[in-house]
Design a binder for this molecule. Structure first.
Ligand code: ZN
Length: 424
């Protein structure tokens, strides 16, 4: 197997759009470590996001390094080039040591029949009855199904291999972690598809450590999961069984694990996920990008005065542009516009009223997931506010940092990872 930079068993992907909360985010991992569960911090930012905000990948590395230095963090940490492709990976090479290779667009682009035939011949073990430990039923895959899955995924696997080899040639294989993401696609992958996808990725000799499949149900931005919890838990457990199986079968890194994208705020999933991880002794990577930006707005609102004023102004612009801002996110938000408060109402809100509507506290009757989702996709407003916004972040650093840390630690890390065995 190719050399690789090993990734710890539990890791948290954190996004920080405006690059001011690195320390507050890292503090959440520090609190976890003090309680005895180790979670590796990974700062992630996609190419798309860099373009929206007008930042370069080197700025994320600088932020991570500065936070680590300031807090005296002695454990591993990483910087993730999130959702990159061959045409966008270039500028991430020097500063990232974690690469999320996004091949979703190539899923379904048919591979050549020669390649499909070669795959089927190379993998006779994939046809027939396959007994997977900890899976309550054997998989039954016909040769025709293997062909069908190969047609659908081989090209994406090949492309992942090309991008991986490009990064390895530039950086050296031992200097980075590879994730492959297939979450931004329409159909969830079944466990048997996952098995064949992993066989194909192993053929490409990618030392894959995290795989982000598309899971069943809705993973809307910044709000809880919508879907069948029992079905999710069953499929998630099946995926874990497949991962454990392929590590040995195809000599993939023992650190290979699932990655949950849009993983922030999926509170109702955390207990089922934790249960499944415990049962399998499995690791997990969870990406929570986006949730920190909302904590900034919450902190500003809580600060009152001009902070609250900025929070109200952001909402006012967001509401004016609701159609435009929501359009690119149609598949990952569900906003009931009738439930969005009008601007005059929000102008009259006190700090606690604004905070109650925005903070993700399902027990608070004033919490408004429609309001929250709209603000989630409206971060471009803060970009437009420029220094007015950034200066306010500095002036109200303490109150914002408290919200950022508390959100990641109490609402995400603790319910997901507490009491799990950190080492095998
Ligand atoms: Zn993703």
């Amino acid at each position: 197997m190719k050399r690789y930079l090993p990734l710890g068993k539990f890791s948290l992907g954190m996004g920080d759009r405006f690059a001011h909360q690195g320390k507050a985010q890292l503090r959440a991992c520090l609190l976890a470590a003090e309680l005895g569960f180790d979670v590796v911090p990974v700062w992630n930012k996609s190419n798309r996001e860099h373009n929206f905000i007008g930042t370069e990948p080197a700025s994320l590395r600088a932020e991570a390094d500065a936070a680590v230095k300031a807090l005296g963090w002695k454990r591993p940490y990483h910087v993730d080039a999130d959702h990159i492709r061959i045409d966008t990976v270039g500028r991430f090479i020097p500063s990232s040591d974690f690469f999320t290779i996004d091949v979703a667009d190539s899923i379904g682009k048919p591979a050549s029949e020669d390649e499909v035939r070669a795959f089927v011949e190379r993998h006779p073990e994939l046809s027939g009855k396959i007994i997977i430990p900890n899976l309550d039923h054997p998989l039954e895959i016909s040769p025709a199904e293997v062909k069908c899955v190969a047609r659908k995924y081989l090209r994406a696997s090949r492309e992942a291999g090309e991008i991986y080899r490009f990064i390895a040639a530039m950086k050296g294989a031992e200097h980075f972690i590879t994730e492959i993401s297939m979450d931004e696609t329409d159909c969830p992958q079944t466990p048997q598809e996952l098995l064949m996808i992993l066989a194909a990725l192993a053929d490409e000799q990618i030392p894959l450590q995290t795989l982000a499949p598309k899971f069943t149900g809705r993973f809307n931005k910044g709000v809880d999961y919508v879907g069948d919890l029992r079905q999710f838990e069953r499929e998630f457990s099946e995926d874990l069984a497949i991962i454990a199986f392929v590590i040995n079968r195809y000599t993939l890194p023992p650190s290979l694990k699932l990655s949950v994208h849009s993983g922030s705020d999926k509170f109702s999933l955390y207990e089922p996920i934790r249960r499944a991880l415990k049962r399998f002794g499995a690791g997990l990577h969870v990406k929570t990008a986006g949730t920190t930006w909302l904590e900034e707005v919450i902190g500003l609102a809580e600060a009152g005065g001009e902070g609250l004023e900025i929070a109200r102004d952001i909402y006012a612009v967001a509401l004016e542009h609701v159609v435009e801002f929501c359009a690119p996110y149609a598949s990952v938000i569900d906003i009931d516009r009738a439930q969005l408060p009008d601007i005059a109402t929000v102008r009259g809100w006190s700090s606690p009223q604004f905070v109650s509507a925005l903070r993700h506290d399902p027990a608070n009757p004033a919490y408004n997931p429609n309001f929250r989702q709209l603000l989630h996709v409206s971060f471009k407003v803060a970009t437009k506010f420029g220094d007015r916004y950034l200066d306010a972040l500095k002036r109200h650093e303490e109150i914002i940092a408290r919200n950022v840390t508390e959100n990641l630690f109490a609402r995400h890390l603790k319910p997901l990872f507490r009491d799990l065995e950190a080492e095998d």
